[in-house]
Design a protein around this ligand. Structure first.
Ligand code: ARG
Length: 591
């Protein structure tokens, strides 16, 4: 039999607890929005926070219920809990301020863990949707920077999660491959006699230098500038020479991007750059005009929104189209042609206003009437160790290739130290393996460190922190996983011979670990809704640290409870592998 398939709401522990309180609250107070949250573990597992508010409201309305304190309300809610709740709750306590804390029953926890072991768990979203995610989106002819790294990691993790939950996901790379900068790049290529052939490959091979040199010429030379402008027109109207040169630049950039994607295990990301929408722009502007949303201002066509005083410029005074126009066309296309139920934009917070204006325009244009949901999944800056802009010593943008190299190199240094301390002689084979592991751990460390941050915060990039084996890092979780795998190996048994009749959760660390395991679905349900994948990383880290406390206090191999504890180890191992898999991090059975 395959794994047990459950929807998030069926599997979510918090949702079940909420369900009971919802019924009690309906009884006690008619309609009430249930407020249930995980509790401070000293007092219980979950708590319901409705009593205080209900008490205040009742007093305002004349106190016909006769409640004398919030505690009375809490007691009333407790008394109204449906009978089946006792299967889940071992204890229900009401605090003087009315908070109701519940403690889950050991029998119930036991049953759930047994089910996880016997049947596994395949989580499904409660409603399957078609979801477009716009992420990574670097710019042609420029280096990808740490902002694009963040977008790539955040967006990809969400895409993996959504796909796993049964959504249809379209991963779109909205590459900046259009715009006036190409005029200058083409002109520079012409000047260097490098429009095609060998020469062109040479010129575009070092993109950073290529862009900088072109920009210099553009800034210094009027003649050059004029020609650059004509080039833009030629490119937009599809002149062969311009198209060909543009293609060369795109190819070179793509090669660069793909190296980064390959190392980070980013798969299935479709390039659909700004140029893709080019043909649609006049039509979209026309549609917006017909709907009466366009105002002319200084010759430019603008759409005003309630988001900001500055408008979206859907067509510039010179007749050209820009970033705003393209995003209007893109949102329309995603909703109407891609039939997305939800579109998620993973972009730095600096562009939030821009995106919110586009969302507002989409709403005004009636494109959301079918119920599509638009999300801005913003994120903060990546800073250097000094809290300032992240750059190289010479003040340039850090190339992602170099950044990933450094993470891998540092991870290699650590692995060598470990090998040396363990007196391991590195033969050719071990040497090769060590290098491979260093690369995987380095990439995992970069991803994990980014994802663990609240995405709205700025964070300081630090190789030391991200590779710290004792911190909240991929390294820590990978070692925890390898440790569990090691325990399971040492115990030398067949998984099939274990039976959940042997399972017992008597010690506090065992109970804590069991509860943590059962919380995954509610964490995922929240991430699906609010798009904060740091919750998933927190969960993974919590699982690893709970395992570590369990392992310190509860001997496994050779103990009387060996069978029971091996079951716990196995369920934890599977869940860690699942979470790491969502980040596309491959765990090691041995490290
Ligand atoms: N290329 C842009 C940048 O590097 C990001 C594009 C984000 N997506 C979008 N639909 N605007 O800043």
């Amino acid at each position: 039999a395959g794994p047990a398939v459950k929807t998030l709401s069926e599997a979510s522990l918090q949702a079940q607890v909420e369900g009971f309180f919802a019924r009690a609250l309906a009884d006690v107070a008619g309609e009430a929005k249930v407020m249930v949250a995980p509790a401070d573990p000293r007092f219980g597992d979950y708590q319901c926070n409705n009593a205080m508010g209900l008490f205040k409201q009742s007093k305002k309305e004349g106190g016909k219920e006769g409640w004398k304190s919030p505690r009375d309300v809490g007691e009333a809610i407790k008394a109204a809990l449906p009978a089946e709740a006792s299967e889940l709750f071992e204890e229900v306590n009401v605090a003087p301020q009315g908070f109701i804390t519940v403690k889950l029953s050991p029998q119930w926890l036991h049953k759930q863990v047994a089910e996880l072991f016997d049947h596994g768990l395949q989580l499904r979203s409660s409603m399957s949707q078609r979801i477009v995610i716009d992420y990574s989106s670097p710019n042609i002819a420029k280096e990808m920077h740490v902002g694009h790294l963040r977008s790539t990691i955040l967006g990809d993790t969400m895409a993996n999660l959504f796909e796993d939950l049964g959504h249809e996901v379209v991963r779109l790379n909205h590459v900046g491959d259009w715009g006036t900068q190409f005029g200058m790049l083409l002109e520079y290529m012409r000047r260097e006699e490098a429009l095609d052939g060998e020469a062109s490959s040479m010129v575009v091979s070092d993109l950073q230098k290529f862009y900088r040199s072109a920009k210099e010429a553009f800034d210094e030379d009027d003649e050059f500038r004029k020609k650059a402008q004509t080039n833009v027109v030629e490119l937009q109207s599809g002149a062969d020479w311009a198209r060909a040169a543009w293609n060369r630049i795109c190819e070179a950039s793509r090669k660069e991007f793909d190296t980064v994607y390959g190392r980070l295990q980013i798969r299935g990301l479709q390039e659909r750059g700004e140029s893709f929408y080019n043909k649609m722009l006049p039509g979209v502007v026309e549609e917006l005009q017909e709907k009466g949303l366009v105002t002319e201002s200084d010759g430019a066509l603008c759409v005003f929104t309630n988001v900001s005083e500055t408008p979206l410029i859907v067509q510039k005074a010179d007749g050209g189209f820009g970033y705003d126009s393209t995003d209007c066309a893109a949102v329309q296309h995603r909703i109407n042609e891609e039939n997305a139920n939800r579109v998620i934009y993973v972009i730095d917070n600096g562009q939030e206003l821009h995106m919110r204006m586009v969302f507002s325009a989409a709403e005004q244009a009636g494109w959301l009437s079918g119920g599509a949901r638009l999300d801005f999944m913003g994120f903060g800056l990546v800073q250097g160790q000094d809290g300032k802009k992240f750059k190289t010593r010479s003040g340039e943008v850090v190339r992602l290739r170099d950044l990933l190299d450094e993470a891998a190199d540092r991870s290699e240094v650590e692995l060598r130290k470990r090998a040396e301390n363990a007196n391991i002689v590195l033969d050719e084979d071990k040497e090769r393996k060590l290098k491979q592991n260093a690369e995987s751990i380095g990439m995992a460390a970069v991803k994990y460190f980014d994802l663990r941050q609240n995405r709205n915060s700025d964070y300081r990039f630090s190789y030391d922190s991200m590779l710290d084996p004792k911190g909240n890092t991929a390294v820590y979780v990978l070692y925890a996983y390898a440790r569990i795998a090691g325990v399971l190996r040492r115990a030398d048994f067949e998984i099939g011979t274990l039976s959940t009749t042997d399972l017992e959760l008597t010690e506090a660390p065992e109970r804590a670990l069991a509860l943590r395991l059962l919380r995954l679905p509610e964490v995922i349900a929240q991430v699906e809704d609010d798009l904060f994948p740091s919750r998933l990383v927190d969960h993974m880290y919590g699982l690893a640290t709970d395992f570590s406390s369990f392992y310190t206090e509860c001997p496994v191999v050779g103990s009387e409870q060996q069978k029971s504890r091996l079951i716990l180890c196995e369920v934890v191992r599977r869940q860690l592998a699942y979470c790491l898999g969502l980040l596309r991090i491959e765990p090691f059975e041995q490290l």
